[in-house]
Design a protein around this ligand. Sequence first.
Ligand SMILES: [Mg+2]
Length: 372
Amino acid sequence: MEITGVETYTLGLPIDRTVGDSRLEITDMYTVVVELETDGGYTGTGWMNSLGFAPDLLERFVDSQFADIVVGTDPFATDALQDRLRAQTIYYGELGLSAWPRSAIDVACWDIKAKAAGVPLYELLGGDGGDGKSGDDSRVRAYASSMDAHHDLDELTDLHGGFAEEGFSAFKTKVGDKSPTEEARRIAEIREAVGSGAEIFVDANQAWTVAEAIETLDAMGEHGIDWIEEPISQFDLDGHRRVAEATGPPLATGEMLNRPEQFRYLLERGGMEICQPDLIRAGGISGQMDVATLAATYNVPLATHFYYPVSAHVVSAAPTGYVVEYIPEYDVAPILDPAPVVEGAQVHLPDRPGHGYRIDPDAKDERLVTFD
Ligand SMILES: [Mg+2]
């Protein structure tokens, strides 16, 4: 089979309200879609949720740097194709921006592979459809994650209390831009809303120094924190171990990393106790599965970042698959056909060949964004 065409386009998804974390505010999300056609009759779909960041560049990147390489290749040869795409970018940057379109192409290829095999993606990856924890063989546990750094206390209560009513038992909140006392007050509020048995994760998006992380964790600790995510700069590699050693909750990180070697460095040194590869930064399905294997050798749980509809397949198949992140503000359900189902804090794994989704044709007509 050969890939015969690459189509790239961008859809706009306005967000109901301004949301944010310790370093950004977002009002619009863009999804840059990559569709691969084949001479076998299969189409594969990958996408990048660019938030507000450079959707025009991502779209152009696929077309100007990668499309000519992709056309004519065998979609089953994902490792070889990824090597060729890396080689294309090696002199100006394999890491960072170029990882996004490269990963989206990989997702589209795996969609084609699973469709050609006639099985859901998780099955092709070696999974049986269960995460071993939910007690159901076709669903993966999700946690409710929110860009809630700018919510006031009442809004925090309403938000997380609402998630609890929907059945969620694990919740993530943004921290990192307030004093330790204020952060502790917010966690107390969420704890009150979700109950003592629930898990609460906090995410600082790299806002703190090692000392600030330890001090703030100390202040929040009495309300029960179940993981601390990206407490410090991704470049303070050895600081991760220092934070992990000095604080109680496991240190979760990995969403910014592009290569397995970066994950291995932190895993080896005890600086990554929950492993969070992002589908589109870490190399697509191929990259997430490489990282999943690596995490399993260190017995570290895999809790993928973002992209729940596709990453649920990976968590299902991963030896230490733990949970997927569901961020309602960034939900792509309005553009996917069929819409992914998140119910009772579980993502359903579609019983269809491939990852189970295509771009909804009506959404494409209505939400298409073009650039000059
Ligand atoms: Mg995060």
